[in-house]
Design a protein around this ligand. Structure first.
Ligand SMILES: C[S@@+](CC[C@H](N)C(=O)[O-])C[C@H]1O[C@@H](n2cnc3c(N)ncnc32)[C@H](O)[C@@H]1O
Length: 370
């Protein structure tokens, strides 16, 4: 299945292909078909294709996946892999002119820590999964280093999704552009074109996805929510110092997306971007249910994450998938989770899945109108 894109001026054409096969998830449900998005752009051409499988052989409960899992859980090897994964991230970034070390140094030497006073919610209880090491950081997301490196890591991620891109902006045109258009299209199609007034970005990290949402929907009130006060401090610091004043100031909330404490039916869009591959199934289901509670009738949920059907992911080299798995402890659980079933069980309707770049999908769904 071809997913074609060329640099600049692309049009979003959805619903071009339905995948033939339907995979079975751990709960025994059949995986919903993925629709590929074709982007037409002037300039260089990139082909994205769905793989032959329903998910990569290195993920889930296959013998290969178990073998890699066993290797990763062997402590001395894990330490080496952790270093290797970090090196791959930094060198991909620096080859693409992302000033990883410089960006990190600037944040660490700034006044960012002062933001903590207004961000930290002292009553928060971190779920167990959140306290395990990941992304090669022993403290997971709960450290200044992880927070300072999150933005260059995100830039590196978009280049892996669009390797032919010559700049971060060009890669983001595809990765973030197609995700935003999927949200816009779902809302226009199934919410009677109702105005998007309030948007919640669950798992906003250092605010990259939040800023994209705020730029795309400038008349909406946009709020970023995350479990890491360090990430939120960086998000708030960057937004304050962006030199990019907004009509509506972006808000930041330190809370658990599983149980936010926010009022029911207070948002038109809840976005959860690149969060679920870091979560166990239990947390994924809880966050989907919480999003349903938070959305108004006709509201839109958008999940963006790794696409099990991505050919690129299915064909990752053993070195790369081993490194990937070494820093993502919940990846297998994510691949086995029936997202479509969880959305349906929460009450969502009109569920659509589109491949929005070579590695990622965006799933959108709607809260039934009253
Ligand atoms: C890879 S980052 C997401 C980045 C961002 N949304 C983007 O698209 O660039 C994943 C984020 O999810 C957050 N997270 C994980 N579990 C969460 C939960 N239960 N509630 C809120 N945030 C959570 C992590 O702290 C982390 O910042």
């Amino acid at each position: 299945m071809a997913f074609t894109s060329q640099a600049h001026n692309y049009n979003y054409l959805s619903s071009l292909h339905l995948s033939d096969g339907i995979a079975t998830t751990r709960s025994g449900r059949r995986r919903a078909p993925t629709v590929a998005v074709r982007c037409k752009m002037a300039g260089t051409t990139t082909e994205y294709e769905e793989g032959q499988l329903e998910m990569p052989k290195w993920a889930g409960e296959t013998p290969l996946s178990r073998l890699v899992g066993a290797m990763v859980s062997f402590k001395p090897l894990y330490s080496l892999l952790k270093l290797g994964a970090r090196q791959v991230l930094i060198s991909t970034a620096e080859k693409k002119n992302i000033q990883w070390r410089e960006m990190t140094r600037k944040i660490l030497q700034s006044d960012v820590h002062k933001e903590m006073d207004t961000i930290l919610n002292p009553s928060i209880q971190y779920p167990d999964y959140y306290l395990s090491p990941f992304h090669a950081y022993d403290e997971g997301n709960l450290s200044w280093l992880a927070a300072a490196e999150a933005e260059p890591a995100t830039m590196s991620m978009v280049f892996r999704a669009v390797p032919t891109a010559s700049s971060v902006e060009e890669a983001n045109e595809i990765v973030r552009g197609n995700w935003l258009r999927a949200i816009e299209q779902q809302h226009q199609q199934y919410s009677d074109n109702s105005t998007i007034r309030d948007i919640l970005d669950v798992g906003c990290s250092v605010g990259v996805s939040t800023r994209f949402l705020a730029d795309k929907f400038p008349s909406a009130n946009v709020t970023g929510l995350d479990l890491s006060p360090y990430f939120l401090a960086v998000a708030q610091f960057k937004e304050k110092n962006s030199g990019h004043p907004r009509k509506n100031i972006v808000g930041w909330i330190h809370a658990n997306g599983e149980n936010t404490g926010l009022p029911s039916q207070s948002f038109d869009v809840v976005s959860i971007s690149l969060v679920f591959h870091e979560c166990p199934e239990r947390a994924i289901v809880a966050i989907v249910n919480e999003a349903f509670r938070l959305l108004r009738p006709g509201g839109t949920i958008a999940l963006m994450d790794q696409a099990p059907k991505s050919k690129t992911l299915q064909e990752l080299s053993p070195v790369l998938f081993t490194l990937l798995k070494s820093t993502e402890p919940y990846l297998d659980e994510f691949y086995l989770t029936d997202l479509n079933g969880s959305l349906k069980e929460a009450g969502f309707i009109n569920i659509q899945t589109v491949l929005t770049d070579s590695r990622h999908m965006t799933m959108t769904a709607t809260v039934p109108p009253r």
